[in-house]
Design a protein around this ligand. Structure first.
Ligand SMILES: CC(C)(COP(=O)(O)OP(=O)(O)OC[C@H]1O[C@@H](n2cnc3c(N)ncnc32)[C@H](O)[C@@H]1OP(=O)(O)O)[C@@H](O)C(=O)NCCC(=O)NCCS
Length: 300
């Protein structure tokens, strides 16, 4: 850790005038061409207003990290770390550590019980070195060719476990912001007879791929769950997808159902990371308590 550099770096909260700095830094970490729209939508949108921390050295923005406050379904506030980038010439000098200090202080002040993040390999290596962070698990990426399904699953008769699972709370306003007002992706919301819903999107990744982004609703009947996954995959196939993917840290029974329906784990490098800020929240270090479907492998 470069102590002199840490002293030189000043962390401040980003404003609406930081769009260019955001676009510049995002371009140093991620591919894409819609960062200007993303900046407005993510940090200054109607529903979700994340807070952006920017580290500057001599007035030059050299690193950033966003924090989005979201509720879990048990009411706990979760501070989700997003958009983590350090400019390429400034890496391995402690800037992530500096920004994470600010983010942790902000999370504590906001009353968050936990911090979470969805990380790539570099993020896993770096954030995993910082105090309190634990890598809970890899986030499975499940893929199946678009095509006929097997007969309805016998496992549909098995009750899903009634143990409570932790999820990120999404209400209608949040889903409208997330799916209808998204500046880049186009989603379709589907509903099944049994009242479950799915958000799906198609994208081209060499060949057309369909993505089941989220399956939601209060019906916990396994046959209902099977119905909505079939409906979503059939819809995507009918619209040209040659494969259907879904990401998720899912309860065991749901994972088993997806494997029965033909989904298989594919290569991926995404991790769920958790930092408990209260003793109760250490339960979230356990993969088995989660049901997390990260829309577009982000956390909202
Ligand atoms: C990942 C990233 C944010 C790390 O930022 P950084 O400022 O270099 O991290 P720091 O210097 O604060 O390092 C924090 C700790 O992680 C370690 N670390 C940092 N990058 C690492 C890497 N790629 N592999 C292994 N360890 C790493 C550091 O050695 C340090 O540990 P130590 O203090 O115990 O020695 C930066 O490399 C980056 O912007 N990468 C490109 C964008 C990206 O992939 N972001 C992550 C998205 S999830």
């Amino acid at each position: 850790m470069n102590a002199a550099l840490r002293q030189k770096a000043r962390v401040r909260v980003g404003t609406v005038d930081d769009s260019r700095a955001y676009q510049h830094l995002m371009g140093q970490g991620f591919s894409g061409n819609w960062f200007a729209e993303r900046f407005q939508w993510q940090y200054f949108g109607k529903v979700s207003r994340a807070t952006l921390f920017i580290a500057q050295i001599e007035n030059e923005p050299v690193a950033m990290l966003g924090v989005e406050l979201r509720r879990l379904n048990n009411g706990w506030l979760s501070a989700t770390v997003i958009d983590v980038v350090v400019a390429s010439g400034w890496r391995r000098r402690g800037l992530l550590r500096t920004l994470e200090d600010s983010a942790s202080a902000f999370a504590h002040q906001s009353g968050a019980a936990v911090m979470t993040s969805l990380l790539n390999e570099a993020g896993r290596c770096a954030l995993g070195r910082l105090a309190g962070w634990s890598m809970v698990c890899q986030i499975p990426r499940l893929v199946r060719p678009a095509g006929p399904f097997p007969a309805p699953s016998a496992s549909s008769q098995e009750a899903l476990p009634s143990t409570p699972v932790f999820q990120v709370e999404r209400d209608e306003a949040c889903r409208t912001w997330r799916y209808v007002e998204h500046p880049h992706h186009r989603y379709t919301l589907l509903r099944s007879q049994s009242g479950l819903a799915a958000a799906v999107k198609s994208f081209v990744d060499g060949s057309p791929v369909g993505d089941i982004v989220e399956v939601f609703g209060s019906n916990r009947d396994p046959a209902a769950l099977e119905e909505i996954y079939r409906l979503a995959a059939d819809h995507l196939a009918a619209n040209g997808a040659v494969a259907v993917v879904t990401w998720g840290v899912l309860p065991k029974a749901e994972g088993k159902l997806l494997r029965y329906l033909g989904w298989k784990e594919a290569a991926q490098d995404r991790y769920l990371a958790v930092k408990a800020l209260s003793p109760d929240a250490t339960i979230l270090y356990d993969r088995e308590v989660w049901r997390l479907q990260p829309a577009d492998i982000e956390h909202y």
